[in-house]
Design a protein. Structure first.
Ligand SMILES: NC(=O)c1ccc[n+]([C@@H]2O[C@H](COP(=O)([O-])OP(=O)(O)OC[C@H]3O[C@@H](n4cnc5c(N)ncnc54)[C@H](O)[C@@H]3O)[C@@H](O)[C@H]2O)c1
Ligand SMILES: *[C@@H]1O[C@H](CO)[C@@H](O)[C@H](O)[C@H]1NC(C)=O
Length: 318
């Protein structure tokens, strides 16, 4: 096994998230080897990344100290797993979200790398104890869960396996910070991690409010985009409360804690998200606002990414 100089990272899987990870690591000046088991796929990813780096440079949104040409020179595509892993100190897996696929990918990887190499998974919905159950040495394994698109939305949830070494969590945290992401640590694994659990709570109450006839689909989205979301791009729920009472969080809870508890006890059960009449009517209302065909959806996705780019720029300057 060739010794690593801590400058090379291998990305396994060259889809949407694998390509984004590659660009994030390139921006930090790391050599990136991107691998995909689909013939031609990693070469396609390299071509796509070249195009995106150039576009980002033209838009003055390229991250890092190196220009697009310098970053591209650090990138290489592979169809051979052993060659792709050679020299890497950190492996970021981003293959299909299928437990058996991830388990066998990590089994293959472990056979080919040295014992000090960190194995990291991008999984959104699978807990580390499942993803890494076929790995022998799980002390060097963790989930690094990104948010789409990682180039503008920088949060990375670091989730340990019960056996993960503290030094491995520290190394991943430090790497993510170095490349300009915003890592957070979970202290133990839990279904949905933190982000998707909070998101599920927001989705559930929004769904119930519409289904119960309290508010329209259009207006509940405005509650977030013109209300809560304005603050949440810069401060979280804890700081929001801390700043919303003259004497801080304790004062806030004295004033509003009872009301929050009362509201929480009035929340309904987990909604029916499909099948029911109510669910069909929510889908139909949404499609009235934004038709569900490719053309309309792609246009709105482009708008979302353009606005996220602007927001990322604003956050960088403050
Ligand atoms: N898309 C998102 O919004 C998002 C956000 C956070 C995390 N994730 C997670 O990232 C991972 C990848 O998601 P994606 O959206 O990029 O998927 P994708 O389908 O775009 O890409 C997956 C890639 O992995 C390759 N692949 C499949 N099996 C492989 C194998 N055995 N070896 C090597 N390559 C293999 C495929 O050819 C494909 O190119 C998933 O675990 C997903 O849950 C996705
Ligand atoms: C297991 O991984 C840890 C963390 O990378 C490493 O320090 C240790 O040497 C490994 N143990 C074995 C038996 O390979």
């Amino acid at each position: 096994m060739s010794s690593s100089d801590m400058r090379t990272i291998t990305v396994i899987g060259s889809g949407l998230i694998g390509r984004s990870w590659a660009m994030v690591f390139l921006s930090g000046g790391f050599s990136v080897k991107i691998y995909d088991n689909q013939p031609g796929q990693s070469a396609k990813a390299v071509t796509e990344i070249r195009k995106q780096l150039q576009e980002l440079q033209d838009a003055r949104m390229l991250r890092g100290q190196l220009d697009a040409t310098q970053q591209l020179a650090l990138l290489s595509g592979y169809e051979d797993l052993a060659l792709a892993l050679e020299g890497a100190f950190f492996i970021q897996e981003s293959v299909f979200e299928q437990l058996d696929v991830k388990q066998s990918v990590f089994q293959d990887i472990e056979r080919l790398v040295g014992s000090d190499v960190i194995l990291s998974s991008s999984t959104s919905c699978l807990v580390p104890s499942k993803v890494f159950s076929k790995v022998q040495n799980r002390s060097r394994c963790l989930v690094s869960h990104p948010v789409n698109p990682p180039y503008y939305v920088k949060l990375v949830e670091l989730v340990p396996h019960p056996d993960t070494a503290a030094a491995v969590m520290d190394a991943a945290h430090s790497l993510m910070t170095t490349v300009g992401q915003a890592p957070v640590r979970l202290r133990k694994e839990i279904d949905g991690f933190a982000l998707n659990r909070v998101q599920a709570a927001v989705i559930a109450e929004s769904w119930r409010l519409v289904q119960d006839g309290v508010i329209s689909v259009e207006d509940i989205d405005l509650v977030m985009s013109e209300g809560l979301g304005m603050r949440y791009a810069f401060i979280g729920p804890m700081e929001t409360m801390h700043l919303n009472a003259p004497a801080g969080l304790e004062d806030y809870m004295q004033r509003y804690g009872e009301g929050i508890t009362r509201i929480l006890t009035s929340f309904g059960p987990v909604p029916d998200f499909s099948g029911s009449e109510g669910a069909k009517s929510i889908v139909s209302d949404m499609c009235q606002l934004i038709p569900g065909d490719q053309q309309h959806l792609l246009a709105r996705m482009e708008r979302r990414d353009r606005l996220l780019m602007g927001l990322a720029r604003l956050k960088k300057d403050h």
